[in-house]
Design a protein around this ligand. Structure first.
Ligand code: FAD
Length: 498
């Protein structure tokens, strides 16, 4: 094993959380090494695949304009972003996690979300309004819904490229194809080094502090099956193939406690013909299929199985992947009619989208693998159950159904206007919820809830924030917030321990 390499802070991973940790540590003057398991052409983790949608608390449009200064007065007059208070963000987190989110971590995430988005802006990340996915136009104004109003310019690719550029400018050393294997601690229990596989060599790198930011275990089929259940063997992986739970395993081996919702994960409806694992030549989150609130979802038996209008898409999409996985052959069909076709998001129009169209419901049923009679009966009874009322996609309009199970609680429109569309989808796993337990300063805790000196964690591999479900856009914000905190505090270890 090669020795004698020494840094103040070593960071495992090269996604959003890792890069934010690296930049924050450099801002404190630390000598920083970033270890990326992937080759340079596959760098950036799940963060690279994202839409770049990022959730933060804000008071008003002025707060938004501070991070999108190019928004002109004329454009600003045509948008209604409302406000999203820290209390509302906190409530959303607690509501979708059924009250289980660690309150201290949730509070820290929420309180730091606006300062962190400003910090990202100062690092050079640029943002734009999420007109296409999160707003509806009425009376010549864009009304934003779901409290998710901003994304990074260039989606995840823009975010990651900017953070890498900044890291390189600031003198962060980056090793590609460098896989962290094991943590080493001294007789006082402080983490002092990491073993790294670099090609044929195993290298020992010493550090005053190590930040783990190497993602969850969603790309590890064995860990998926043993923690989430056997059905998860067949889920498509939406992001990087390199997130196989290494950081979590390494930390647990040196005494860290495992924490959070180990049976839970973020998973969504993804195109049936999406790649089995994220394809770095097709980033930009192009396979997702998020428009079920505009129509209905049916399984191969021809039955509906979720309330497609239970809430805004941001608050249901991350749990409906599991619901699809539990249907026969892990397949569902999203069904729309021509009334809503123009409202479908851009990913439904891409050449990568699997799309079937027919002039009648009978003809559509013949084109998909479904129990035809049952499907026609489901659509008929759904149409009969649709309540009268005004359809309004930017509020929960309570234009639902009566007398069917499951109900559709909002945005119920009859499926009666040809041509009819079917999009076959399956479950795509995004990231896992279980991981390590950290303090609000991102320090990793052991099985006695004591800090493991010299060890920090941020991003997907932190447990305790998300249970069952997730408010869209919180993954990037969690990685940025706790990555920045981890990097800042890790850098101070070189002062404390020198
Ligand atoms: C298709 C898709 C779309 C998404 N869209 C959004 C969105 O719009 N908004 C949002 O908030 N969230 C979104 N998410 C979730 C979001 O990607 C994550 O919450 C967030 O990016 C996680 O960041 P991270 O830094 O923790 O992990 P990652 O970005 O996954 O980074 C992990 C890094 O660790 C590296 N690594 C793994 N093991 C090792 C090892 N042993 N040694 C060295 N390196 C290692 C990996 O190669 C990778 O570089 C999306 C995810 C996907 C897959």
């Amino acid at each position: 094993m090669k020795n004698n390499l020494k840094y103040d802070v070593v960071i495992l991973g090269a996604g959003n959380a890792a890069l934010c940790a690296a930049l924050a540590a450099r801002e404190q003057g630390a000598k920083v090494l970033l270890l990326e398991r992937a080759p340079a052409s596959f760098r950036g983790g799940n963060s690279y695949f994202t839409d770049g949608a990022i959730r933060f608390a804000y008071k008003n449009l002025d707060d938004i304009r501070k991070i999108i200064p190019e928004l002109t007065d004329e454009q600003a007059a045509k948008v209604d972003v409302g406000s999203y208070t820290e209390e509302e963000y906190f409530e959303d987190l607690m509501r979708v996690t059924k009250g289980k989110a660690n309150r201290d971590l949730a509070q820290r995430l929420v309180n730091q979300s606006y300062p962190t988005i400003q910090w990202l802006y100062n690092q050079g990340v640029r943002f734009s309004l999420l007109y296409q996915n999160q707003a509806f136009k009425s009376n010549d104004r864009y009304h934003f819904w779901g409290s998710l109003v901003v994304k990074s310019v260039g989606k995840g690719i823009g975010l990651i490229d900017t953070l890498f550029e900044r890291a390189e400018q600031m003198g962060v050393e980056i090793w590609y194809e460098a896989r962290g294997k094991a943590l080493i601690k001294n007789s006082q229990g402080k983490i002092t080094a990491i073993e790294v596989q670099r090609g044929e060599d195993t290298v020992k790198v010493e550090a005053e502090a190590i930040v783990l930011a190497s993602g969850g275990f969603e790309a590890n089929p064995e860990m998926r099956v043993s923690n989430l259940g056997s059905e998860w063997k067949d889920a498509l992986v939406r992001g990087t193939q390199y997130n196989t739970g290494d950081g979590i395993r390494m930390a647990v081996e040196v005494g860290a406690v495992s924490y959070g919702d180990w049976e839970g994960c973020h998973s969504i409806a993804t195109d049936l013909n999406a790649p089995v694992v994220g394809d770095f030549s097709k980033p930009g989150d192009i396979f997702k299929k998020h428009c079920y609130p505009l129509g209905i979802m049916v399984n191969k038996n021809g039955d509906r199985f979720v309330d497609e209008g239970a809430d805004f898409r941001n608050y249901t999409y991350a749990k409906y992947g599991r619901a699809i996985l539990n249907q026969p052959d892990n397949i569902a069909y999203q069904i729309f009619d021509n009334k809503v076709a123009k409202l479908l998001r851009e990913e439904y129009e891409l050449e990568e989208a699997t799309r079937l169209e027919a002039r009648t419901l009978e003809a559509l049923a013949a084109r998909i693998d479904i129990d035809k009679q049952r499907f026609l009966e489901t659509v008929r009874s759904y149409n009969e159950a649709v309540l009268e009322g005004d359809y309004n996609p930017h509020i929960k309009d309570q234009k639902g159904t009566v007398g069917i199970n499951p109900p559709k609680s909002n945005w119920a429109l009859k499926i009666d206007t040809p041509p009819f569309l079917a999009f076959p989808v399956t479950c795509g796993i995004t990231f896992t919820f279980g991981g390590l337990k950290v303090t609000t300063n991102s320090q990793v805790l052991d099985t006695n809830d004591r800090v493991i000196p010299g060890l920090y964690a941020a991003g997907e591999l932190v447990g305790g924030l998300f249970y069952h479900n997730y408010p869209g856009g919180s993954g990037l914000m969690s990685g940025a917030t706790f990555g920045k905190i981890a990097g800042t505090h890790a850098a101070t270890e070189r002062i404390i321990f020198k």
